[in-house]
Write a protein that binds this ligand. Structure first.
Ligand SMILES: Cc1cc2nc3c(=O)[nH]c(=O)nc-3n(C[C@H](O)[C@H](O)[C@H](O)COP(=O)(O)OP(=O)(O)OC[C@H]3O[C@@H](n4cnc5c(N)ncnc54)[C@H](O)[C@@H]3O)c2cc1C
Length: 384
């Protein structure tokens, strides 16, 4: 992607093929999916052929750089590809780090053939933002780990075939608590894995949000992702870049909402004139468009930095915080532009309003993003 927003031939083809797929297969099917409340498995199969290799294969064999992946994330948001599929694609980046070779190959094969929904279960009832303080434990026993604990407010626990979880494998002094954390992959059907649902404001499918209890769950030690006690650094790395993709998903979602509001404002007449002629309406949309454009450019800059191996922690947080706030504001204003017609359950804007609100919490709140940025700007000893 160039600074003027133009794409290379390869980027255009990849983006356009996903757009075409979504126009033909996601947009017309959406209402039916929601009515049934059942996550569409067929979608996963199709995405596996179209784009799933992008996050796990080597570059040149189907693997894509972060900037091109960003175009896909934005497109997924624009067409509301269900979050369970979007997150599966990004959590899959952890599959190549599974320590046992056969286990690794088996999960990668299932993912690449569209038979694996993944969820990432890191939040606990007592710890969300403070993710290094988790208490779910994994104790080694022979060649297994025995896991006990509970994860909360997770996306897709009732849909997922496998859960990537953070666990405490070592008790270390409080200031080094992040050093005792490991990541593991756990089969959804494993004995003692007990997901249950918490419907959230934006829940669309059965099981797409909730908790998972881990009750004496035994998994082979080869299910470790990375080394023992090395999980926190891996998680921060992956979630760091994932924040930008979540930001782009939210920006894509909001751009779609703005398009709908613009179309409506050009056709709706009130007090004898099109409402787009009233500055209160069109200037508000102009401002939202400007904010979304800035967040979008910042997102692609953060992704380009990642592709060049440059530290982008502050930029990623800025995209997640500012981008998701801009998204929610734009969607809310778009709904307002439609008046009551935007407020009814049959309106896509009502659905987007609830979804964009969730992005202000999931994957880290704007407050925590500001903390990260402040630490970068002031230095850890002078920041909150
Ligand atoms: C839609 C959605 C999807 C989610 N998906 C997942 C998922 O897939 N996997 C998963 O593991 N979790 C998921 N979560 C959980 C999410 O990651 C946590 O909710 C989030 O990290 C915040 O944690 P918390 O809710 O415990 O809030 P807390 O950490 O208790 O924070 C409470 C409030 O205090 C603020 N705050 C905290 N610390 C500071 C500080 N130092 N300075 C200023 N303000 C502060 C927060 O911003 C927040 O407003 C999801 C949540 C939502 C809403």
């Amino acid at each position: 992607m160039n600074l003027d927003g133009t794409l290379s031939d390869e980027e255009s083809i990849i983006k356009e093929s996903l757009e075409e797929y979504c126009r033909k297969n996601v947009v017309p099917a959406y209402e039916g999916w929601i009515r049934e409340r059942k996550f569409p498995r067929k979608l996963l199969k199709d995405l596996s052929q179209l784009i799933f290799g992008a996050t796990v294969l080597p570059k040149g064999e189907g693997g894509l750089n972060e900037v091109t992946l960003g175009l896909l994330s934005e497109t997924m948001g624009r067409y509301e590809v269900p979050v369970s599929a979007f997150l599966t694609m990004h959590f899959a980046k952890m599959l190549p780090l599974i320590s046992d070779e056969n286990t690794r190959k088996s999960y990668l094969d299932r993912y690449l053939s569209g038979e694996l929904v993944l969820c990432g279960a890191f939040t606990e009832p007592g710890f969300g933002s403070d993710s290094a303080s988790i208490t779910t434990s994994a104790v080694p026993e022979n060649k297994e780990f025995v896991i006990n604990g509970e994860k909360a407010f997770v996306s897709s626990p009732g849909i997922a075939d496998a859960h990537i979880i953070s666990v405490r494998t070592s008790n270390v002094p409080d200031e080094k608590k992040h050093k005792g954390i490991s990541l593991m992959i756990v089969e959804g059907g494993e004995q003692g894995v007990e997901p249950y649902e918490d419907e959230n404001m934006a829940s669309l499918f059965q099981g797409d949000f909730g908790r998972v209890r881990l009750n004496n769950v035994r998994i082979p030690s080869g299910n470790l992702i990375g080394g023992e006690n090395e999980g926190f650094a891996i998680l921060m790395n992956i979630l760091g870049i994932q924040r930008v993709h979540v930001g782009l998903y939210a920006i894509g979602l909001a751009m779609g909402a703005l398009e709908e509001a613009i179309e409506y404002a050009r056709t709706r007449k009130v007090f004898g004139d099109y409402i787009s002629k009233y500055e209160a309406i069109s200037f508000r949309i102009a401002e939202d468009w400007s904010k979304l454009q800035s967040a979008r450019m910042m997102a692609f800059k953060a992704l380009a930095m990642s592709d060049s191996g440059i530290d982008n922690g502050a930029e990623s947080s800025a995209v997640k915080g500012f981008g998701c706030e801009a998204s929610f504001e734009a969607v809310s204003h778009a709904l307002q532009t439609l008046g009551a017609a935007g407020y009814v359950k049959t309106s896509a804007l009502e659905r987007k309003f609830r979804a964009s609100r969730g992005f202000l919490i999931g994957d880290g709140t704007p407050e925590v993003q500001k903390l990260i940025i402040a630490r970068k700007l002031f230095g850890k000893n002078f920041a909150p």
